[in-house]
Design a protein around this ligand. Structure first.
Ligand code: PGA
Length: 253
């Protein structure tokens, strides 16, 4: 695992944008795994900027989002599909038919999970998976549990996640209770993983991801076993990590 210690949110987003644009320069046909939430917005803004200023080309890129709320269509402004259109898909030259998000409106969510996993496989697997992290160390909507779920599946959201995500809805009662999410095996099969964390409310989760026991009770901890995982944490999110690590801009173990 590699850790990059960023000063603040801006610095974290810049470092992430360098890694993602580097990936696209090296492999213009890359398959990206993408995340929603407040954390990656700065990354997406910078990618749009690089696209507009120096022509970073997304025309050969395919994207797969981690998750979607059950019961929200892509036209619903609170859906993750809508979020992606607003923050990235409509602002760069991605082909709409190359941008995939699980369908939260599917009647049979198990079948939808299988369909989504097959699409990822047909695309050749994910080259670089971007992740945020929940306060409870979830990745995607893989909530703390007694076992890891492998593939794309329906999940009941934790009360903590519902509270944390209520800020995107008019009322907490409006937050869907269920989602469909890629599983841990989907994430672990990505060739590279890039997890972003910002703010003091993520410090415990970042500690669990990098230093805790590998356990489904802290899903991000599995990334310690990934062959090419990088965490970019800003100073507040990295605050619980050993000081000897934080003295460096980046640390490998
Ligand atoms: P956030 O969500 O970026 O809005 O904090 C991250 C997550 O829950 O994975």
């Amino acid at each position: 695992m590699r850790l990059i210690f960023a000063k603040d949110y801006e610095d974290m987003s810049c470092e992430a944008a360098k890694i993602v644009s580097g990936q696209l320069y090296l492999k213009p046909q890359s398959v990206l795994g993408l995340a929603t939430g407040s954390t990656p917005i700065g990354l997406y803004d910078r990618l749009v900027q690089v696209h507009q200023t120096v022509g970073l080309d997304f025309s050969g890129v395919t994207t797969f989002n981690l998750d979607e709320y059950v019961g929200l269509s892509s036209e619903n402004p609170e859906s993750y599909h809508y979020f992606m259109k607003e923050h990235l898909f409509s602002r760069v030259n991605l082909r709409p038919d190359h941008c995939f998000v699980p369908n939260g409106m599917a009647e049979d969510l198990e079948e939808e999970g299988r369909r989504y996993d097959a699409l990822i496989e047909q695309a050749g697997g994910i080259d670089l998976q971007v992740l945020g992290i929940g306060r409870n160390a979830h990745i995607g909507f893989n909530e703390p549990d007694i076992k890891f779920e492998a593939m794309t599946h329906k999940v009941r959201l934790d009360d903590e996640t519902i509270r944390a995500n209520a800020r995107f809805f008019a009322r907490e009662e409006d937050v869907p209770r269920y989602a469909i999410s890629m599983g841990i095996r989907n994430i672990m099969l990505a060739r590279r993983v890039l997890l972003l964390a910002s703010g003091p409310e993520k410090a415990e989760a970042v500690y669990a991801a990098a230093c805790g026991n590998v356990s489904p009770k802290a899903p991000a901890s599995i990334l310690q076993l990934h062959r090419d995982a990088t965490i970019i944490a800003d100073a507040a999110a990295a605050a619980r990590l050993p000081e000897a690590w934080r003295e460096h801009r980046s640390y490998h173990f």
